[in-house]
Design a protein around this ligand. Sequence first.
Ligand SMILES: Cc1ncc(COP(=O)(O)O)c(C=O)c1O
Length: 395
Amino acid sequence: MLEDDIVELEDYYTVGVYKKRPVVIVRGSGAVVWDIEGREYIDCVAGHGVAIVGHCHPKVVEAIKKQAERLITCPGIFYNDVRAQLAQLIAEITPPGLEVCFFSNSGAEAIECAMKVARKYTGRKKFVAMMRGFHGRTMGALSLTWKPEYRRGFEPLLDDVVHIPFGNVEKAKEAIDGGTAAVFVEPVQGEGGINVAPPGYLRALRDICDEKGALLVFDEVQTGFGRTGRMFACEHWGVEPDIMCLAKGAAGGVPIGITVGRREIMSSLTPGSHGSTFGGNPLAMAAALAAINVIREERLCEQAREMGALLKNGLEKVVSESFLAREVKGLGLMIGVKLRRAVAGEIALQAVDKGVLLLTASRNVIRLLPPLVINREQVWKVVDALREVIVNYPG
Ligand SMILES: Cc1ncc(COP(=O)(O)O)c(C=O)c1O
């Protein structure tokens, strides 16, 4: 198929909810993807942060192949070997006390489950979420998501949601009360601009939630599985949530959502109160087992810290050489470059011509979420490409 035909078909037959970039990607390996013309790109989009272990990691591919030949689907009403193993592994690698999980197929579904559990367990209605927070696009998750552009046209959403400024302890004290079922927070806000929780903030939320009897939910959909240089971002602060929501890179690129929580809390979901046709399917379970083993065996958390520091240093030099770039933010390989103008989309488009794929996070932040397997040479290429685009950007 020709490039133009593919573009025409997708534009005509799929709904126009994505601002498309003019690239037809057909192949990937590690931190690199190729377009249909054979052009190579260093992929700092990584499927919106999904390709943590790199594209088509051989061990993940092998696990998918083997499982596909054995069993692809198996509903939750039956037991399954790989599902049992993954559930045990998730309990082992997540913070102490989180040991019972529900498997679904996306980040938003992981959030929906947490919202339902929180209401069922506490018997309360209200949710507290953060300004600039992002939790997904389904009606429940969208109610927690802050950005007005995402919500507009879909109201009424849940009305028992209060958004408070991320990082402000006083506002949290005012908002979290005896009617609050749960507080939802990303330890590092992704979509909202790569905002790292200030020191002491998550601990303060933990204390307020304990005092008021509200549940603390960490949305680690984007930060989880090594992205920030620890298996889970909350480890940077040593604060443990009651429930954690996971997705993205957990299954090496195969759709998955995981809601993991304390036994007592998760037990409030009884037969029939929740479920998912595809959730916990053996294909995703096998892929996740393989991907998580790769993260551990290849020491990708360490790699994220090392490569993240290298990338951050390089980008900080770019900031010092240009007026447009203002600041580099982030943790591990979750990095944002804040600009003085709302041209992040333009910069991302220009970077395509330099062989680098970038994300944005709000209109003035460039977001980089490369696979954790990115190497030094690739990091330097990314920095050089960004330097060229940013330093030469007109105005
Ligand atoms: C922090 C966070 N939560 C939830 C979601 C929603 O995940 P999904 O798009 O898989 O529904 C995302 C997606 O980007 C996210 O970054």
